[in-house]
Design a binder for this molecule. Sequence first.
Ligand code: HEM
Length: 117
Amino acid sequence: MDVLIHVFVGLHIIGIGALLGGFLTQMKAMRAGAARMVPAMLHGALTMLVTGVALVGLNQANDGSLNNTKIAVKMALLIVILGLVYVKRDDERVSPGVLGTVGLLTCANIFIAVLWV
Ligand code: HEM
């Protein structure tokens, strides 16, 4: 079970790579007001959701030692991220405020994950 949990943490981190990496590729365009939500961001956010829910299930089935408040906060932030990325996925240009919010919330979730015990 521990190996499976670690595999899913690995997949969870691949999801962060896609979501945050997609955002970082748009930073230069964001300053010019020409940024867009790239497909990697949507796929990364969906990966975060699926692997996150799977990790909750696997941890519950294992020893159940999860901080539920932390998971709820991460889930709430991810729903906002996913909503923004999904709604704006076909827009040619996305405002710097919207794209910046996605980047900021993604970074917030990373620090919540690693700092909140
Ligand atoms: C952008 C959104 C998210 C980011 C950046 C993120 C980030 C991370 C990171 C860096 C880890 C590994 C570090 C650690 O184990 O403490 C992790 C673990 C984990 N994440 Fe996420 N996560 C996100 C969304 C979610 C969601 C939505 C869920 C649940 C529905 C979730 C559930 C978990 C669980 C259960 C673990 C392993 C157990 C633990 O907290 O220690 N994550 N996450």
